[in-house]
Design a protein around this ligand. Structure first.
Ligand code: AMP
Length: 400
């Protein structure tokens, strides 16, 4: 494995998540979040040697926040810092792997912005700020979509007129690729199987949720599509709905495109169904106290998830195991058991004590002996981004 420390940066429109990742060490020496950037309430939170710190950085933009971070990074990493890895949401069809950032990479990320109008411009802001502040360091873009570029055409094409694909890039891309890749490699390691000969179903269940079918280390199908709205019911996203809903709401309620998009992305999913919260932990508590909306939201979430996993199984020649990850997948024994209960046709069954024990980062197998593997695996997208960054830098150095 390559050595060196990588600064991993994940920029949103008003936030930057960061971590200093050393490929040889499990824990991050430094990690944190700058949020509410561009406002008077801008603040930098970081964790260093287990201690939490906060600093008000009123009015700071992405560049100013990174400038505040710079001395901390230098203090912790010193001359071990060998590069910066940026999470970029959408790489379109252009990027099938991580890419060293240069003028051509920047232009291609910019050209992909129409496919991710909220995310890619924010990612670019972070990259440009980091290039200004760390001009001497190699920087790498790691794409959420790249892992899914191995989908076969019958999985990535919509049944729409071909011109929309050929001329406008309308196809299924998939997201959460960094997480699905990381946990499927870990699953193979934990099971003593070679990645190159292993078949997994993976469920990444966070505030955004997706499933993936992974064969021999390659994504063969996934539930998200052109955008991260497709597929499962999520925290605030609806997942699949009848596409005619747009016309229906426009005609019957006079809703604008923007209003419908906002409803589907921000007011639906667990939040919309429960009328209470997008947070699974809150819903589990409310459901236990008899809140009907919370119970319904959990039932719909699990049933839709099971249906998606069953659909993903069409892409597998055999099943070596089902992986649960993300905040919900890693912590909710209830969601795991309700989901697997719908999958008896795949012969899946959980061992209740093992299932209950897998919370707060505790990974492990939770299936009943004699049934296909079910694994809870803590995802670590920062670590995967750091590994991809190191590999990309190494590759470029070797070629030069
Ligand atoms: P993420 O986006 O991966 O951080 O996941 C966020 C989701 O994980 C939220 O819906 C949380 O409520 C959920 N989550 C975190 N811890 C638990 C828990 N102990 N039980 C149920 N859901 C949890």
């Amino acid at each position: 494995m390559q050595s060196g420390t990588i600064l991993v940066i994940n920029c949103g429109s008003s936030s930057i998540k960061f971590a200093l990742v050393n490929a040889q060490q499990g824990d991050f020496a430094l990690s944190g979040l700058a949020e509410r950037l561009g406002s008077a309430e801008a603040v930098l939170h970081w964790q260093l040697d287990g201690q939490k710190h906060d600093l008000a950085i009123a009015g700071a933009d992405h560049r100013a926040a990174l400038a505040h971070l710079l001395p901390l990074v230098q203090q912790v990493a010193g001359n071990q810092l060998v590069g910066i890895g940026h999470r970029v949401v959408h790489g379109g069809e252009h990027f099938t792997a991580a890419s060293r950032i240069d003028a051509a990479t920047l232009a291609a990320i910019r050209a992909t912005a129409p496919l991710a109008p909220l995310h890619n411009p924010a990612n670019l802001q972070g990259i440009e700020a980091a290039l200004g502040l760390f001009p001497e360091l190699p920087q790498v873009a790691v794409f959420d979509t790249a892992f899914h570029q191995t989908l076969p055409e019958h999985a990535y094409r919509y049944a729409l007129p071909e011109v929309l694909y050929r001329e406008h890039g309308v196809r299924r891309y998939g997201f959460h690729g960094t997480s699905h890749r990381y946990v499927s490699v870990r699953a193979a390691e934990l099971s003593g199987l070679p990645v190159s000969n292993s078949c997994w179903l993976s469920a990444h269940l966070g505030n955004g949720c997706s499933t993936c079918a992974i064969v021999d280390g390659q994504s063969r199908d996934t539930s998200m599509g052109l955008t991260p709205l497709e597929g499962l019911a999520m925290g605030t996203r609806s997942g699949d709905v009848d596409a005619n809903l747009f016309g229906h709401l426009s005609r019957t309620l006079g809703w604008s495109l923007e209003k419908i998009e906002q409803m589907l992305n921000q007011h639906s999913g667990l939040l919309g169904l429960s009328g209470l919260s997008n947070d699974m932990r809150s819903l589990e508590q409310a459901s236990a106290q008899g809140h009907a909306g919370a119970s319904l939201a959990i039932e719909v979430f699990c049933y839709r998830l099971a249906k998606s996993l069953a659909a993903m199984s069409c892409a597998l020649p055999r099943l070596d195991g089902l992986i649960f990850t993300g905040g919900i997948g890693e912590n909710s024994a209830l969601v795991r058991s309700k989901t697997v209960a719908h999958l008896t046709l795949l012969n899946l069954q959980l061992e209740p004590t093992a299932n209950a024990a897998c919370v707060r980062g505790q990974s492990g197998p939770i299936e009943l002996p004699g049934h296909p593997r079910v694994l809870v695996i803590a995802t670590n997208e920062e670590r995967q981004i750091a590994l991809d960054t190191l590999a990309t830098i190494q590759l470029v150095t070797d070629v030069n």
